[in-house]
Design a protein around this ligand. Structure first.
Ligand SMILES: Cc1ncc(C[n+]2csc(CCOP(=O)(O)OP(=O)(O)O)c2C)c(N)n1
Ligand SMILES: [Mg+2]
Length: 587
């Protein structure tokens, strides 16, 4: 293993800084521009997981970040390697997920001169990241990684990009030789001038690199809501008759505090809805957690606390909350706290810490919450139970193939207590999210506000490598699985036992549902009952086919058994069409 105190070359300086920040895994797809980083990171004991699409690498880094609370790291080659990551980068930016993307680049002296894969990468990447670092000197590589880690996690978290030209990554002797060879041995004045220029260029690249200090890790404390706003929120909450709490992804960005947050929410006694990464925060069955009829509850509430949840399309741009209700918005972003609707109390800071402090102040000695809140929670619970009974009825409908609600009810019973669920699809995922109960904090991953299909395998990879003790399931739509099915090759090569369920309804149903109704045309929304289980067998994974209800439970049991033996599995389930999602939005 490499000496942790000294770095061999620029690639190793990056690896050294990653090591200092506790990075254990790098997701990548190789390219000549980044080889020294990968080789040095491997030599320093980091796990290099090589995937089949650069987007997967970034999705994996995103998931790793969400689950660990520390930036995930991906490395991709110059040009097309980088352009392939744009959707995944944007997804991470909108999901406020801190990650570091290391991208290759043409040699410094050849940029803009027609080198292989040389494009101006800044305009492509810069809009989607908190900072675009353009490297020009070897001595800046380590400090850039330090800064990138701090920046990715500070304020509103997000992705950061470091562009690493290949000639900064190899050792000085090799680079000097490259440039000497390139300069040639000509004796004309232009030849000698060019040699002089290149010599000076190399000198500048390596200037100061021998004196570089070892990497420093900067602590990044989560921003705290000022005490004035905290006090105002507490006073408004205590006056409320029917308070409601909506907790979103941003409240769990300090992943290590998720359990403390769960305890605080339970202590606060306010009925709540959980969304995004906050799903599962209170475990499978908590009396304060409501799952259904959120819109109606929001209409009735007289005080709504939005913890890390902006008033975007998911809250009908704020219209779901009554005008007369007190709105308390806790958010790291002052802009998001005020999006579409001005809150009565804007609590700017970390939403998770805000709720923990609020609970502390509301009942410093663990006093119970007001009795009328319990009555209100009871009303909501009764409504939840009524909806659950309706869902049970809909699950009993028998068709030619498998009822999707019944499928997820079976999965809910069969998946282990340590299951971690990844959602990638349209209607099938929406149905799953009605029925499945994430097991605990940080056991549910969905793309977030960007609504990106294709996250499945990358998220699962990030999850399985960050939380190897967990049973990782992907819930795929048959449309969505097409983006990342080739990553079963990655799962097989790296021995990662992920279980994927494909809800195969032979179509892009979430889109078809409205398109057919409004335009009487199913153009481009029809797929075949493709044998996805056979496709993954080709990659060396296990594939199971389920066409009838009675095959569901045995297949799920078999899938778990195979995963326990270390094998990745895909269960291709033929679904019936249902009316379950009728009326829900697809745009
Ligand atoms: C990258 C991307 N392309 C297209 C869409 C639009 N879209 C949203 S849902 C959906 C259908 C998903 O089909 P499938 O995964 O089979 O799930 P189903 O709705 O059939 O259950 C599509 C195409 C999207 N959200 N993301
Ligand atoms: Mg489908």
């Amino acid at each position: 293993m490499s000496d942790p105190t000294t770095a061999r070359h620029g690639g190793d300086r990056i690896a050294q800084a990653l090591q200092a920040h506790g990075v254990r895994c790098i997701y990548t797809l190789c390219g000549g521009h980044i080889s020294p980083i990968l080789s040095a990171a491997k030599a320093r004991g980091m796990r290099i997981v090589d995937v089949r699409d650069e987007a997967t690498a970034v999705f994996a880094a995103d998931a790793a970040a969400r689950l660990s609370g520390r930036p995930g790291v991906a490395a991709v080659t110059a040009g097309p390697g980088i352009s392939n990551t744009i959707t995944a980068l944007k997804n991470a930016q909108l999901a406020q997920s801190p990650l570091l993307l290391l991208g290759g680049a043409a040699p410094t002296a050849l940029q803009g001169r027609g080198a292989l894969q040389d494009i101006d990468q800044r305009p492509l990447v810069e809009p989607h990241v908190k900072r675009f670092f353009k490297m020009r000197r070897v001595c800046d590589l380590g400090p850039a990684v330090e800064q990138a880690f701090a920046l990715a996690q500070s304020g509103v978290p997000g992705p950061v990009f470091i562009e690493c030209p290949v000639d900064l990554l190899y050792d000085e002797a090799t680079i000097r030789q490259w440039y000497a060879d390139a300069a040639g041995k000509g004796t004309s004045l232009p030849d000698r001038l060019q040699r002089w220029y290149l010599n000076r260029h190399v000198q500048r690249m390596f200037d100061g690199s021998h004196a570089a200090a070892p990497p420093q890790v900067r602590p990044v404390p989560a921003p705290r809501v000022p005490s004035g706003a905290l006090g105002a929120a507490l006073a408004r909450l205590q006056q409320a008759e029917r308070p409601l709490l909506v907790i979103g992804s941003q409240a769990v960005v300090v992943a290590g505090e998720a359990q403390a947050l769960a305890d605080a929410v339970a202590r606060l006694g306010v009925p709540c809805y959980l969304s995004g990464m906050a799903r599962g925060l209170l475990g499978r069955d908590h009396p304060l957690q409501m799952r259904h009829q959120r819109r109606q509850a929001l209409r009735e509430a007289d005080c709504v606390v939005l913890a890390g949840v902006p008033c975007d399309f998911r809250l009908d741009y704020g219209r779901h909350v009554r005008r007369s209700a007190t709105l308390i918005a806790a958010n790291r972003s002052a802009k998001d706290a005020r999006l579409n609707r001005k809150p009565d109390v804007a609590a700017i800071g970390d939403a998770g810490l805000f709720l923990t402090s609020l609970a502390q102040q509301a009942s410093p000695q663990g006093q119970p919450s007001p009795a009328h809140w319990a009555g209100w929670a009871g009303t909501l619970r009764a409504r939840d139970a009524a909806r659950e009974a309706e869902i049970d009825q809909q699950a009993a409908a028998c068709g030619e193939y498998v009822n999707p609600i019944a499928l997820f009810q079976a999965l809910e019973r069969e998946a282990g207590d340590n299951a971690l669920l990844v959602a990638d699809g349209g209607d099938v995922v929406a149905t799953a999210s009605y029925v499945l109960r994430p097991r605990g904090p940080l056991t549910w991953l969905d793309p977030g506000a960007f609504g990106t299909l294709g996250v499945g395998a990358g998220f699962a990879l990030g999850a399985a490598t960050t939380r190897p003790e967990r049973e990782v399931w992907i819930i795929f739509g048959d449309g969505a699985c097409g983006w990342s099915l080739a990553e079963f090759d990655t799962f097989v090569r790296h021995g990662i036992p992920i279980i994927a369920i494909v809800g195969n309804d032979a179509g892009w149903t979430q889109i078809a549902r409205e398109q057919v109704k409004m335009l009487k045309d199913d153009v481009a929304t029809v797929l075949a009952r493709t044998a996805y289980h056979e496709v993954v067998r080709g990659f060396g994974a296990e594939g199971l086919l389920v066409r009838h209800s009675n095959e569901v439970v045995p297949a799920l049991k078999r899938a778990r058994e195979l995963a326990r033996q270390g094998k990745p599995v895909l269960v291709n389930v033929w679904l019936d069409k249902t009316e379950f999602r009728e009326g829900s939005l697809s745009i």
